[in-house]
Design a protein around this ligand. Structure first.
Ligand code: FAD
Length: 334
């Protein structure tokens, strides 16, 4: 375990988590962000045109400026993957990764959605060694190489369209009889002499040495199996909420999303959540950012309470029940 205790640990370093970090550090809370990357899903698009105040920007650029702003106010960052969260008897939460552990009075869960795995032998071993979940991010590394794409629907189609102009050969592996999505794009894939469409097929194993060398593909139509040599594999199966490790700790909905109230409280006091990882109805950058701010303000109130400090001026539940003139307190944060 690390020696330092934090007021707040934020899990996830994208729209929701970085905004939480900005608000929490600006409120003077000792804030740590534990995240696998900076930017999350926003990294997958190089053009965001619906973030207010900015006509058009790349996901990477926007997320980087979120991070810089949070860092300016003192938020600290660790790049790691959270595996477990427990509450200690002393009131602190223990947030564990496979390498380390961190302690805080409050936790904000903002770890969004994660690419769906194939779940076949070899996948874990060759992650980042030729197995990628983001063709937009890693596709250019495979210029003039042979790649496979295992996917469904538009994620697979988009990846195929991108990779047919980069790779020398693309095997598109999908379980159905035809790819379901934009018909024009599917026709472009079918007519490309670089693309081989493997319908009714699924990957059963990924093989290699230091990195991926081949995939084993089973055709459920004719019950045959074939091994195909590849330099890279893109898994494009869409995104899921990976919250299984929290199932015994807090309330999740049927989709595995964390159930929150309007102020970002979860079913466990001291744990808050924001953004795509929650049951919020719409998933967008601006919505995650707003929810991140709300969760951080709620976490601030909680930490104040735990420390026995006076109620904050942004304790919305209490203050909004009275008129501003009655309380003499501004309801606006500065
Ligand atoms: C291709 C694409 C294009 C999009 N275009 C737009 C658009 O134009 N405009 C728009 O508003 N929205 C767009 N969206 C939606 C938008 O990207 C998401 O709603 C937003 O990124 C959600 O932010 P988030 O912070 O809630 O979660 P995410 O972006 O999913 O970020 C989750 C963060 O948590 C980290 N993480 C995950 N698991 C763990 C773990 N166990 N431990 C530690 N860290 C973890 C990740 O590394 C990441 O940093 C797009 C989405 C996609 C996929």
């Amino acid at each position: 375990m690390e020696g330092k205790d934090y007021d707040v640990i934020i899990v996830g370093g994208a729209s929701a988590g970085l905004t939480s970090a900005l608000y929490s550090s600006r409120q003077g809370l000792k804030t740590l962000v534990v995240t696998k990357d900076i930017g999350g899903q926003a990294l997958l698009t190089d053009s965001i045109e619906n973030y207010p105040g900015i006509l058009s920007t790349g996901g990477f650029e926007l997320m980087n400026s979120f991070k810089n702003q949070a860092e300016k106010y003192g938020a600290e960052f660790v790049f790691d993957e959270i595996k477990q969260i427990n509450r200690n008897d002393d009131g602190y939460f223990e947030v564990s990764t496979s390498r380390s552990g961190y302690r805080s009075l409050a936790v904000i869960l903002a770890f969004g959605k994660t690419p769906r795995d194939l779940g076949v032998p070899g996948e874990e071993e060759f992650k980042n060694k030729g197995v990628s979940y983001c063709s937009i991010c890693d596709g250019p590394l495979y210029r003039d190489k042979t790649v496979a794409i295992a996917g469904v629907g538009m994620p697979a189609i988009d990846a195929g369209i991108l990779m047919k102009d980069i790779a020398s050969k693309v095997f598109l592996v999908f379980p159905s009889g035809d790819l379901v999505g934009d018909g024009n794009l599917v026709e472009q894939l079918k007519s490309s002499n670089r693309v081989e469409m493997l319908s009714h097929s699924e990957i059963t194993e990924i093989k290699g040495d230091k990195r991926i060398r081949s995939i084993v593909v089973r055709n459920s139509g004719n019950s045959t199996e074939r091994e195909i040599e590849v330099d890279g594999l893109f898994v494009e199966m869409g995104y899921v909420t990976k919250t299984e490790f929290l199932r015994d700790l807090l309330d999740l909905n049927k989709l595995g999303e964390i159930v929150t109230d309007k102020e970002g409280h979860t079913s466990v006091e001291g744990i808050f959540a924001a953004g795509d990882v929650t049951d919020i109805g719409f998933k967008q950058v601006v919505i995650s950012a707003g929810a991140g701010a709300i969760a951080a303000l709620s976490a601030y109130n909680y930490v104040q309470k735990v420390k026995g400090l006076p109620a904050s001026r942004n304790d919305w539940k209490k203050l909004s029940s009275k008129k501003e003139s009655d309380t003499g307190v501004s309801l606006f944060l500065h």
